[in-house]
Ligand binder design. Structure first.
Ligand SMILES: [Zn+2]
Ligand SMILES: [Zn+2]
Ligand SMILES: [Zn+2]
Length: 133
């Protein structure tokens, strides 16, 4: 099933990619490169980084800047093209530090001045998650 997910996105399923994908599927919150490095202590850091980049380029995952300075990653929804109108709001818990995808809450569309071109959009709510509230 994981292999199929990769093949659908035209990503060659290598052992490392499958491991990283499993991690992303099983995680309730978003994952940073550091989290992955901790999970796969013996894996090459560059390989881990490249795996995330490949996944992101193929629109299997999206990256999130939650203001903490470390980029988080999460699986995209089915059919996501990672366009500004596909983006959802993210929630960063100030207590446990986890960042969650609020996939049901799309970023509100707003009027962009003529001549401006949007390439990405992000919105992060901060507060306490359900485990910390
Ligand atoms: Zn996406
Ligand atoms: Zn929390
Ligand atoms: Zn997300």
């Amino acid at each position: 099933m994981l292999e199929k997910t990769l093949e659908n996105k035209k990503i060659k399923p290598t052992a490392m990619r499958l491991l990283v994908l499993r991690q992303l599927v099983e995680s309730r919150a978003t994952i940073s490169l550091k989290d992955l490095e901790k999970k796969f202590e013996r894996a090459d850091k560059v390989t881990l980084y490249r795996t995330l980049k490949t996944f992101e380029d193929k629109k299997l995952i999206h990256s999130i800047e939650d203001g903490t300075g470390s980029i988080k990653y999460a699986l995209c929804e089915e059919g996501c093209e990672c366009q500004p109108e596909d983006q959802h709001i993210h929630f960063h818990c100030v207590q446990c530090g986890e960042t969650y995808c609020l996939t049901k809450s799309k970023i509100p569309q707003t009027q962009i001045p003529i001549g401006f071109k949007v390439s990405s959009a992000s919105m992060v709510y901060k507060g306490l998650c359900v485990n910390c509230a």
